[in-house]
Ligand binder design. Structure first.
Ligand code: NAD
Length: 363
C-alpha cells in the first residue's frame, strides 16, 4: 500500500535520512514540514528534491493554523515526528526554545493530528499512525556497567534537552490514553553518519582534524554512548511507523557501546589512513586531542536493549561501528562542499534568497 507520510524535521540529520530512505526505497509519498532552524539544511535533500513523491513546506510545528492546513491538504496516513531542538549544549545555554519546540510544538502537532483523525472514515482511522521519535536520554544515566535501557526503564532525564523530550513523550502517551490517538514511540541511542551537523561530536572531530584545530573532549572522554548508523535508524523508524503496535514503545540501538575517547581515536586513525596530509606539522591526528571541562549534568553511560525491535519487528542494524564510522569519515572527505556551506553559513543564506515554500512537488 502506498502511504502518505508527513515527516516533521525532515531537513535535519535523521529526518533527511528518513526522507532519503522513503523516497529511494519505498513508494510512499512524503510531505516534509520543517521550520529550517540552524539545524535544517535543504542541501541534505538535494537528491530527492525533484522526486514527484516529495513535497516540502517551511513551517513551525508550534503554528497551529499551519499544522491544521498541512493535515487538511496533505491528508497523511502516517506522521513521523522528528522536529525538535536536539543539541544538549544549546539546551544548557538556552532551555526555553527546547520547551517551546519539543513540548509545545509536539502538543500543537498532537492536537492537529487529533482533529484530523476525528475527521477520517473508519477505514482511514484504521491505517492512521502518529509516530513520535525520541531519545534514550530520557532514561538518564545507567548505573551498572552491564545495565541496559529497556522500554520499561523509568524516566530520569538530566538535561533541559532530555527533560523536554521526556515531557513530549508523556504528551504523546497522554494523547493515546486520553483521546485514543493511535501512536507509537521510539527511543533511540546516539546516531552518526552522513549529513550530521558539525556541532556534534563525530563530524566536529572530523572537520576540526582536517583543519588542524583542537579536538575537544569533555572530561576524561570516558562517557559511554551506544552508536547507531543513521541509515539503520531510518530503516527502523519506517518499520515502526508502518508495522509497530499501537501504544507501544520501541527502543532502538546499535549494540555499539564506545567511550567518547575511543570514538575520537578511531576517527583519528581512519584520517591517518585516508588523508594524504597532516596539518600543523603534527605526526598523527590524535595529537590534536584536547581535554576540556566536562559539560554540567553530563550522563556517564547510555546503552540500549533493542531486543523488542529484533523480536517483534525483525529489525537489526546492518552496520557495525567499524563499517559505519569508516563510511562516515569517507562521506565527510568526499562531501567537503556540503560541510563548507554549513561552516560558512551559506546553506542558510541560499534559503533566504531562493524559493522556500516548496522543494520538489507542490504541497
Ligand atoms: P536535528 O537538530 O538535526 O534536526 C531537527 C530538525 O527539526 C531541523 O531540520 C530543524 O530545522 C527542525 N525544527 C526544529 N524546530 C522546529 C520547529 N519548531 N518546527 C519545525 N521544524 C523544526 O535533529 P536530529 O539529530 O535529526 O534528531 C531528530 C529527532 O530524533 C529529534 O526529535 C531528536 O530528539 C531525536 N533523536 C536524535 C538522536 C541523535 O543522535 N541525533 C538520537 C535519538 C533521537
Amino acid at each position: 500500500m502506498r502511504y502518505r507520510i508527513l515527516v516533521t524535521g525532515g531537513a535535519g540529520f535523521i529526518g533527511s535520512a528518513v526522507i532519503r530512505y522513503l523516497t529511494n526505497e519505498t513508494d510512499h509519498e512524503v510531505l516534509n514540514i520543517d521550520k529550517l532552524t540552524y539545524a535544517g539544511n535543504l542541501e541534505s535533500l538535494l537528491e530527492v528534491s525533484a522526486n514527484p513523491r516529495y513535497t516540502f513546506i517551511q513551517a513551525d510545528i508550534c503554528d497551529a493554523e499551519a499544522m491544521k492546513q498541512a493535515f487538511g491538504e496533505f491528508k497523511p496516513t502516517h506522521v513521523m515526528h522528528l522536529a525538535a531542538e536536539s543539541h544538549v549544549d544549546r539546551s544548557i545555554d538556552g532551555p526555553l526554545e527546547f520547551v517551546n519546540t519539543n513540548v509545545m510544538g509536539t502538543t500543537v502537532l498532537l492536537e492537529a493530528a487529533r482533529a484530523y483523525y476525528a475527521s477520517l472514515s473508519e477505514d482511514a482511522q484504521e491505517v492512521f499512525r502518529f509516530h513520535h521519535i525520541s531519545t534514550d536520554e530520557v532514561y538518564g544515566d545507567l548505573e551498572g556497567p552491564e545495565d541496559l535501557f529497556t522500554e520499561t526503564t523509568p524516566y530520569a532525564p538530566s538535561s533541559p534537552y532530555s527533560a523536554s523530550k521526556a515531557a513530549s513523550d508523556h504528551m504523546v502517551r497522554a494523547w493515546y490514553r486520553t483521546f485514543g490517538l493511535p501512536v507509537v514511540i521510539t527511543n533511540c541511542s546516539n546516531n552518526y553518519g552522513p549529513y550530521h551537523f558539525p556541532e556534534k561530536l563525530i563530524p566536529l572531530v572530523i572537520l576540526n582534524a582536517l583543519e588542524g584545530k583542537p579536538l575537544p573532549i569533555y572530561g576524561k572522554g570516558d562517557q559511554v554512548r551506544d552508536w547507531l548508523y543513521v541509515e539503520d535508524h531510518a530503516r527502523a523508524l519506517v518499520k515502526v511507523a508502518t508495522e509497530g503496535v499501537l501504544g507501544e514503545t520501541y527502543n532502538i540501538g546499535g549494540h555499539n557501546e564506545k567511550q567518547n575517547i575511543d570514538v575520537v581515536k578511531k576517527i583519528c586513525s581512519l584520517l591517518d589512513e585516508l588523508v594524504g596530509y597532516k596539518p600543523n606539522s603534527i605526526e598523527k591526528f590524535e595529537d590534536l586531542i584536547t581535554f576540556v571541562t566536562d559539560r554540567p549534568g553530563h550522563d556517564q553511560r547510555y546503552a540500549i536493549d533493542a531486543t523488542k525491535m529484533s523480536n517483534e519487528l525483525n529489525w537489526q542494524p546492518q552496520e557495525t561501528f567499524e563499517s559505519g564510522i569508516r563510511k562516515t569519515v569517507e562521506w565527510y572527505l568526499a562531501n567537503q562542499g556540503w560541510c563548507q556551506n554549513v561552516q560558512d553559513g551559506s546553506y542558510q543564506r541560499e534559503r533566504l534568497g531562493g524559493s522556500q515554500d516548496s522543494q520538489g512537488g507542490e504541497a
